[in-house]
Design a protein. Structure first.
Length: 271
């Protein structure tokens, strides 16, 4: 019933088929090492490429990300500071906006904005907060206020629950929130690559990740679902093996059209 209700909301927003909105968080040094290969897979399949890279990571691997931008990849603001730190043989999360002062949040958003411009030459109009699932409503509203003041058009910093309740596009006062998506069996739980890696010390996706993606596409296609699958992954999680490539092929086989963030805004009449 959950997906059926979501489909009704999507139809009310003007959607008449199922779309894929795929983006990539590049929070680790290892992401820069494989991102060009993953980008090539997307180009081969005609899938728009969108990357969310913390400012410090953009700057450290500027040549790589600048090259992707020159080939048509789009970049959204992912803040300025690093989102993970390496210790005790693995990466641990850091940079939590829910622990920052409002001034620190605004400074980090501004730093990420400037990094995207400096490295890619693009003026970002979209934002994804680090570890956004931990934000409360007041913190989220402060982020929205900051983005509005900077002329941003959208954020994609919400869990699937929001999309299931309000549809693929959620107006938040002059800004559009594009909630991330779950899976067929767990629509309320975000489907990301980190949740399906072998272990924190061996962060490579398992076959189960691919199976969930492909099952979701197959079931939604079978039920003629309407809406948007807004999924993201980390390049270093999906670069090994053929799990992710098989998922990309399955998405195409089911006729699910891949779009970018700006495409979604146009389709939703937000441009």
């Amino acid at each position: 019933m959950t997906w059926q209700a979501y489909g009704a909301l999507a139809r009310a927003q003007g959607f008449d088929r199922l779309y894929l909105l795929l983006s990539f968080d590049c929070d680790r040094h290892e992401d820069a090492e494989v991102v060009e290969m993953v980008d090539g897979w997307l180009v081969e399949r005609g899938i728009p490429r969108t990357y969310a890279v913390p400012g410090v990571m953009l700057t450290e691997a500027a040549e790589i990300y600048r090259k992707l931008a020159s080939k048509g990849a789009r970049f959204i603001n992912h803040g300025g500071r690093a989102h993970v730190e390496f210790r005790d043989g693995r990466y641990w999360s850091c940079t939590f906006y829910d622990r920052f002062s409002e001034a620190e949040v605004a400074q980090d958003i501004a730093a990420g904005h400037e990094a995207v411009i400096a490295v890619t030459g693009q003026i970002p109009t979209g934002f994804r907060a680090p570890h956004f699932g931990l934000l409360d409503n007041s913190q989220r509203e402060y982020i929205y206020n900051t983005l509005r003041a900077m002329g941003y058009r959208f954020s994609s910093s919400s869990l699937p629950e929001l999309g299931l309740a309000k549809g693929p596009l959620v107006d938040v006062g002059g800004l559009v929130e594009l909630p991330c998506s779950g899976s067929w069996v767990a629509p309320h739980i975000i489907l990301d690559s980190w949740s399906h890696v072998r272990s924190p010390v061996d962060p490579v996706v398992t076959a189960a990740y691919g199976n969930i993606m492909m099952e979701t596409c197959a079931e939604l296609f079978k039920h003629r679902q309407v809406g948007v699958l807004n999924w993201y992954a980390d390049p270093s999680h999906v670069a090994q093996g053929d799990v992710f490539r098989r998922c990309l092929d399955a998405i195409g086989d089911h006729g699910i059209k891949a779009i970018g963030f700006e495409d979604l805004l146009v389709m939703g009449g937000r441009v």
